[in-house]
Design a protein around this ligand. Structure first.
Ligand SMILES: Nc1nc2c(ncn2[C@@H]2O[C@H](COP(=O)(O)OP(=O)(O)OP(=O)(O)O)[C@@H](O)[C@H]2O)c(=O)[nH]1
Ligand SMILES: [Mg+2]
Length: 443
């Protein structure tokens, strides 16, 4: 295994906000052993927690706690690593960090630097690193499950398997090119190769189609509430949020901006957005709000169109550019006798009526859209873009059966290059900062 060429030892507070029961300071790099020996005395046995008094460079005690030493390469980063478990007081952690600064060649880690070193030392590929970032950021059960799956290497093995298939096919084609002049080479080896590649292309296309599900689980199922002014959109949003996040008034045109809340429904993140009431208006600011509402509704996974049942002149907004619309009648308490045959559901925010049914519909639609979370879904646009390139180049190679073999082999090379960029197996210097900066400091 390649060892990090970085000579610097990095450290950071890896546990959460202080004060807390315990604070964990992690370090990685060549000075680790020396730092542990200086602060704790004797080096503990590898990977075994030892209770020690921690002292600073002048021999003054800082705290008493646990220390663990992970010799290279059996550590998270692949380098010499250590952890100090201290009492989670702010002054305790500060004193320890000040002490660590005093060692030459030691510095505070940057965001994601431990994980970046692990990646550079070949501990895992980029998709696993991204899975770890998602695992740390996971707020819902669905996000956790998908992130854990990816962090465990499901995507990594899928993509590297595909890449191997492409590389093998290219090797066969190269061989055919090399022997093309020899008369006794039996028919084209590539017939079977092209059948296999075409089948691989179908698998990749299906995976790309599944990408919508991965992005949905990671970023949320998007519900957008629309309706004429005063339909009760902001009242509904507040009721769903359980707090007054949006201003409610009987003045039409109250809401102008998009107001978004996040719900956790059945383990999936659901983002619900309140919008400006849709109507023709002279107001400049209101018009901007209405345009934003239309754009957001067009991109939604589900549009909830409201109509005020207490107002006979009210109607659903007619021009919403989205096929997934749920029609809901509001303020049912004001007009319980009134029936519209075009409502999927009626609600009253005042009486807390129909809201549970509405949430159940959101949860059901989100779960249907997310599907089975045990598939290794692509969760990032970065993956989807590179998969689209892979798919396109592969299709060019398979389809152009009249083109010279050299040309078709070149398309295959580009396809495997794009796959290699997802996992980080080929030239990815330019994307590393983007990937690792999403981590917090200490990871
Ligand atoms: N009785 C009753 N009144 C409601 C209900 N929902 C909303 N209202 C009232 O209807 C009025 C308009 O409500 P909002 O939630 O501000 O409506 P909106 O659709 O956000 O309106 P704009 O932001 O102007 O587009 C307010 O006076 C609310 O109190 C309900 O379920 N029952
Ligand atoms: Mg409003």
């Amino acid at each position: 295994m390649k060892q990090s060429v970085s000579g610097e030892t990095i450290f950071a507070l890896s546990s959460g906000r202080l004060p807390a029961g315990v604070a964990i300071i992690r370090l990685s790099g060549p000075k680790t052993r020396f730092v542990i020996e200086t602060i704790c005395g004797k080096l503990p046995a590898p990977r075994v927690a030892a209770l020690r008094t921690f002292v600073d460079c002048d021999g003054n005690p800082i705290d008493r706690g646990l220390v663990i030493y992970f010799p290279a390469p059996s550590s998270f980063t692949g380098e010499e690593c250590g952890e100090f478990h201290l009492h989670g007081g702010k002054a305790v952690a500060d004193a320890m960090i000040t002490c660590m600064y005093s060692f030459e060649g030691c510095r505070m880690a940057e965001a994601g630097e431990f994980t970046k070193r692990a990646y550079e030392n070949g501990k895992f590929d980029l998709t696993v690193a991204e899975g770890l970032a998602d695992l740390i950021a996971a707020e819902t059960e669905g996000q956790r499950r998908l992130a854990l799956h990816i962090a465990s290497g499901a995507q990594a093995s899928l993509y590297s398997g595909w890449r191997q298939e492409l590389i093998r096919a290219r090797a066969l084609i190269e061989a055919e090119l090399d022997f093309a002049d020899e008369a006794d080479v039996p028919g084209s080896v590539s017939d079977q190769v092209w059948t296999d590649l075409s089948e691989l292309g179908q698998r990749i296309s299906k995976h790309v189609a599944d990408g919508k599900r991965g992005v949905l689980v990671r970023d949320g199922f998007r519900v957008v509430i629309v309706g004429e002014p005063n339909a009760g959109k902001s009242s509904l949003l507040n009721a769903l949020a359980g707090s007054d996040v949006a201003i409610v008034s009987d003045e039409p045109g109250t809401t102008r901006d998009l107001i978004e809340i996040k719900l956790d429904l059945g383990g999936l993140p659901v983002l619900v957005t309140d919008t400006a009431g849709l109507r023709d208006t002279e107001g400049k600011v209101e018009r901007i709000g209405i345009n934003r509402a239309r754009e957001r509704a067009a991109a939604a996974d589900l549009v909830v169109a409201l109509v005020d049942l207490s107002n006979a002149a009210a109607d659903f907004p007619g021009d919403v550019d989205n096929a997934a619309v749920l029609r809901v009648g509001t303020k049912f308490d004001l007009n319980p006798a009134y029936k519209r045959d075009d409502c999927d559901l009626v609600i009253s925010v005042r009486d807390n009526d129909g809201l549970e049914a509405l949430l159940a519909i959101f949860a059901k639609r989100a779960a249907e859209a997310a599907g089975n979370l045990s598939d290794p879904l692509p969760t990032r646009r970065r993956h989807l873009e590179l998969l689209a390139v892979t798919s396109h180049e592969l299709e060019m190679a398979v389809r152009q059966d009249n083109a010279p073999l050299e040309v078709r082999a070149e398309f295959l090379r580009r396809a495997s290059f794009a796959l290699g960029r997802i996992t980080g197996h080929v030239d990815v210097e330019d994307i590393l900062d983007v990937v690792f900066s999403q981590f917090c400091i200490g990871k």
